[in-house]
Design a protein around this ligand. Sequence first.
Ligand SMILES: C[S@@+](CC[C@H](N)C(=O)[O-])C[C@H]1O[C@@H](n2cnc3c(N)ncnc32)[C@H](O)[C@@H]1O
Length: 236
Amino acid sequence: MSQTDRRRDRLIETYRKKAKHYDITSRLYPVPGYPQRTQRLRAVHALALRPGDTVVDMACGTGLNFPLLEKAVGPGGRIVGVDLTDAMLARAQDRIETNGWSNISLVQADAAEFDFPAQVDAILSTYALTQVPECAEVIAHGAAALSAGGRWVVLDLKVPDNTPGWLAQLGTSIVRHFASIDEWIMRRPWEAIRAAMQEELADLSWTELFFGTAFLAAGSRGPETPGVQPGGIGHQ
Ligand SMILES: C[S@@+](CC[C@H](N)C(=O)[O-])C[C@H]1O[C@@H](n2cnc3c(N)ncnc32)[C@H](O)[C@@H]1O
């Protein structure tokens, strides 16, 4: 078995254990009181969805974003939830049935291998993409599938720049259960995500959230060739 397969199996095992109580325990991540709901709202807002749009929720987990996405695209829109872990998708399926949503389809796939539907209007990934070693490729594959003007939005945790130790812990505690935190800090996946989005999308905006422990990155596919334009940088 390759190192990649071993890492993937470990991740699936970890999320199988978390799935049942994820909706409750995730409220405590990375620390109790973290403004996760506010960050999710901002991320969905940044997608600029319209009724009837098609949106991919990459690494959707149990579908915590689905209510917000449903509200934005309406019954005439379409949501595709993608995740690697069967047990997380099972919880997402429960959520779909409980709410009677008929416009959401779930796909079990590795983000790195997922074949994005062509001409999709928007792609979202929340608190997940920094866990994917091939995150830059995922950004590129998604960008290629977007319709002109389509939006790619990533919300995830990061280590604050020039951070003291306790803040680094805050930003990274979400991943400590399934990966080497040192590896995550060393790899600095948010930088790869930012570089890939800058490369693949026009008008990238990058906003640091909650003392730099999270970021919201958003950009659109240009009308013709994906553009490389200077990005706006904000702090909040
Ligand atoms: C912290 S959870 C976030 C779930 C959801 N996006 C949310 O905001 O609640 C991370 C999710 O990423 C999924 N994941 C991790 N690596 C993945 C990969 N390579 N491909 C697809 N999903 C992956 C896990 O199975 C898990 O459901």
